[in-house]
Design a protein around this ligand. Structure first.
Ligand code: BG6
Length: 485
């Protein structure tokens, strides 16, 4: 008996802001991620530096047409390569492709009354192409893709009006794409609000009083939660049979040891990580968050009906990204800290660490699946997982990436273990199934894909695609429904 159920959704994950390109084509407006620069000199483990952005940076970005300095503007030009890329996904046997819709391609500033037809047509072409290969789309409605205009003139998600502007976009997506798409996600890694508020919610830190900034994030998050619940409501009304998921980063923390103080610290940090899915799945704020606001004197404004909307329209499934785990302790002094763009913590001596400081921990995935299932009792979907690594192209053009195969093998095994426990896992979409620009550093050299894209950190290259060894390996995994590891 195969461990993976019939219909398990094998595939890959992408996001428009990092792979689509065509930033100045088809009537697209500028978006927040178009302002993030290539961080050549950043220490790969320096989390804060990877995400730092000032209002001066944004002004400079708006005045610049440079795509080398701002690599997310070109991504890997899926915009002009989509047929070729989807053919490769089809060849691997993908059952699902996770992709996002760039809001500013449909509503360039977010304020227009009418959607941009050229943008709408582009995604329709993509969806039709996917259909040819029987690949189900899994649509993320918001993956670090707020129109820049809204970030600059509406304080990102801080202004409540953005909820309606977002729902206008969502409605158009359902109208036009509902017939092609069964699976939807509202906000990618909604918890990254605190890690990189600019890309997640259009908030640039130096525009606000430092002492108010955390409260502003909580307020903006409330608006995203309400928008997510209303988008779920609208999905139920407009696309019968479709399913909505939340999307969170599973940043599992282990206590450094059995010191009770460390145990409590890890417990609280993990509980905080799950507050987002608590709101989106249980439909209510957990008491520890309400108490935190009370302690800190925060006044999070809610309108009449908000609490009811959250309660009435929870998500149908829990999706999450999983890359690594970290270790926490009340006393960190003198200990080696590792992390990357997600969460930093003390180095775990029992597991290896990638070049970018991410600790590789398949058992943590098994742990996370148990944890989420026990908490929510809803189907789970791993919509991001993978290892960013440098790949070498040999003289004959081949690319040997056994490290990637090893990573996936161990993580897919972990999913198998969860399935053996009876945990319903809907599918698995490894991140960056085709190489694309890194979210945190805008590097190309941090590659995740089964498909190599000829492009370097400085924007040099032909954009040609080639298969890495892991391509054939994953193809076989899918063909054998997880048996051919
Ligand atoms: C997740 C994001 O946090 O991690 C993706 O949803 C991102 O957008 C991925 O690309 C990997 O991070 P990075 O910084 O290595 O690209």
């Amino acid at each position: 008996m195969t461990r993976f159920p019939e219909g398990f959704l094998w595939g890959g994950a992408t996001a428009a802001n990092q792979f689509e390109g065509g930033w100045d084509q088809g009537g697209r407006g500028m978006a927040v991620a178009d302002c993030t620069t290539y961080k050549s000199k950043t220490d790969p483990k320096n989390y804060a530096a990877q995400h730092a952005i000032t209002s001066k940076d944004i002004e400079e970005a708006m005045a610049s047409k440079d795509t080398r300095k701002y690599p997310k503007r070109h991504g890997i030009e899926f915009y002009s390569h989509y047929k070729e890329d989807i053919a490769l996904f089809g060849e691997m046997g993908f059952k699902v492709l996770r992709m996002s819709i760039q809001w500013s391609r449909i509503f360039p500033t977010g304020l227009e009354e009418k959607p941009n037809e050229e943008g709408l047509q582009f995604y329709e072409n993509v969806l039709k192409e996917l259909k040819k290969y029987n690949i189900e789309p899994l649509i993320t409605l918001h993956h670090y893709e707020e129109p820049l205009y809204l970030a600059n003139h509406y304080d990102g998600w801080y202004k409540r009006e953005v909820i309606d502007l977002f729902l206008k976009f969502v409605k158009v997506c359902y109208q036009r794409y509902g017939k092609y798409c069964k699976y939807w996600l509202t906000f990618n890694e909604i918890d990254s609000a605190f890690r990189h508020p600019w890309t997640t919610m259009g908030l640039c830190e130096d525009r606000y009083p430092a002492e108010k900034f955390e409260e502003i994030i909580y307020q903006s998050l409330h608006h995203q939660f309400v928008a997510s619940a209303l988008a779920t409501k609208m999905l139920k009304e407009m696309v019968p049979g479709a399913m909505m998921g939340c999307m969170v980063t599973k940043t599992l923390r282990y206590p450094e040891n059995c010191n009770p103080a460390n145990m409590i610290l890890a417990l609280k940090e993990n509980r905080k990580n799950m507050y987002y899915s608590d709101v989106q799945s249980r439909g209510e704020y957990p008491s520890h968050i309400l108490k935190e606001w009370e302690r800190k004197g925060y006044d999070i404004r809610m309108e009449r009906g908000d609490i009811e909307i959250l309660k009435q329209y929870p998500v149908d499934f829990i999706s999450f990204s999983y890359y690594n785990t970290s270790v926490t302790a009340v006393k960190e002094d003198g200990k080696e800290i590792v992390g990357g763009n997600l969460v930093q913590g003390i180095k775990n001596p029992y597991i290896p660490t990638s070049e970018w400081g991410w600790q590789i921990d398949p058992t943590g995935l098994y742990y996370s699946l148990i944890d989420l299932w026990d908490r929510y009792q809803k189907p789970l979907f791993i919509v991001e997982n993978g290892i960013g690594a440098r790949d070498t192209v040999e003289a004959d053009g081949s690319i040997h990436d056994p490290y990637r195969v090893d990573y996936f093998k161990s993580h897919i095994n972990a999913i198998g273990n969860a399935l053996d426990d009876g945990i319903p896992v809907m599918g698995y979409t490894p991140w960056g199934c085709i190489d694309m620009v890194s979210m945190s550093t805008s590097q190309m050299s941090k590659r995740y894909g089964f498909i190599y894209v000829d492009l370097d950190d400085e924007g040099n290259g032909t954009y040609s695609r080639s298969k890495k060894d892991s391509f054939e390996w994953y193809k076989n995994v899918i063909a054998t429904n997880g048996e051919g590891l």
